[in-house]
Design a protein around this ligand. Sequence first.
Ligand SMILES: Nc1ncnc2c1ncn2[C@@H]1O[C@H](COP(=O)(O)OP(=O)(O)O)[C@@H](O)[C@H]1O
Ligand SMILES: [Mg+2]
Length: 421
Amino acid sequence: MLGRKRSPLDWTDLVWLLFILGLAILPPVHEIHKQLILLGFGVFQFLEGFLITRMPDRGRTYAVLIKIALATLLLDHTGEIGINSSYYPIYFLPVITAAIYFGPLGTLLWTALASLGYCSYLIPALQEYELGREGATILAIRILFFFLAGILVNRFVLENRRQVQRYQALSETLEETNRQLRRAEADARRSERLAALGQMSAGLAHEIRNPLGVIKGSAEMLAQKLQDAQPLASELAGYISSEVNRLNALVARFLDFARPTNLELRPQHIPEIVDRALKSVRDQMPGASVRVERHYAPDPPEILADEQLCERVFVNLIQNAYQAMESQVSEPEGVLDVSITPESSNNQDGVGIIIQDSGPGVPPESKEQIFNPFFTSKKDGVGLGLAIVAKIVDDHRGWIRLENDSLPGARFHVFFPRAQQ
Ligand SMILES: Nc1ncnc2c1ncn2[C@@H]1O[C@H](COP(=O)(O)OP(=O)(O)O)[C@@H](O)[C@H]1O
Ligand SMILES: [Mg+2]
């Protein structure tokens, strides 16, 4: 019931001890039982912390019960008749303890029990004396004050508890905001890096493309001219031409990545696009043994997106997943898990798509780099796939993250904001 753990010992316990000592040197000083009971109070004050830490639930009940018992015993040894003992305020101890540990109802019940303990001394007293009107009034006033103290302390404690909870909630929100901020910063750094690299590769690609055109044209002419006269030279010219084609294709991909994209934004239904991407990769790699598991939410919101670029995003991700699972020889069948759910990020509603494979995953040291252009771990890779993905997602004001901290495979999480009405 208490939000925080009570520390086993603190300075208030010492003040407590002084209070007990004070009671001990007041009359009756030579009543050994009284001193023993006070000692009991003192010792229990130290044990209470441990008791509560050990048994958080029952410990509180025991603490109040023990204090009621000790208080009742003390009264028996501090007055001719217990009910007249001037030590009766000792019942404030169990009452306040209950008010600290329990809610309002619990406090009332425990106070009632403490009052009962006190009133139990009426039974022996009534056998010898009569309870006059004045005596009854005094007793009632004392008991009412028990209740008053319990309720007041309980109210204060509850308010305090609520305050603590409020601060806890606040600090959690702050932490979450901080986390989001750090993530947004990382995303921003990545897009800046991509933009700079994109510009550079665009310039380079242009410069390379022109001479390539000339080389290719010349090689084709050479091949034609030498076709009959010198077959070997013609074959070599053919190589030049076909390699130039390869280079051209590469340059085209650089440009693809670097070109400022003109988005043709239309409301799109993500599951259809993802399904098309899945089919397209399956057609490209018919031999792959991959089981696709789809978890699509029934009606995710539409997003405003460029259909072709969006499909490119998923084709690239799924292609990588297929390749990663293919590379794992020990696992004969790969599992590709694709899920689509409505999500919100930074107070923006949208769609979250998770593509998770059962491949070897991304090693931690590459996590930062995989979105960089030209980063690849594959023999014949180019390293532009994820860079293009990141750029397209950025252009759509979404985000993509690799989330494979606790998984064997890789898990890419993409978010697209929903189309505004
Ligand atoms: N699903 C995945 N599982 C493991 N590694 C991956 C996965 N997707 C991407 N990677 C890593 O990221 C690198 C970059 O991917 P990408 O940009 O698509 O370029 P490429 O596929 O040409 O290597 C890959 O070479 C690989 O190391
Ligand atoms: Mg790739």
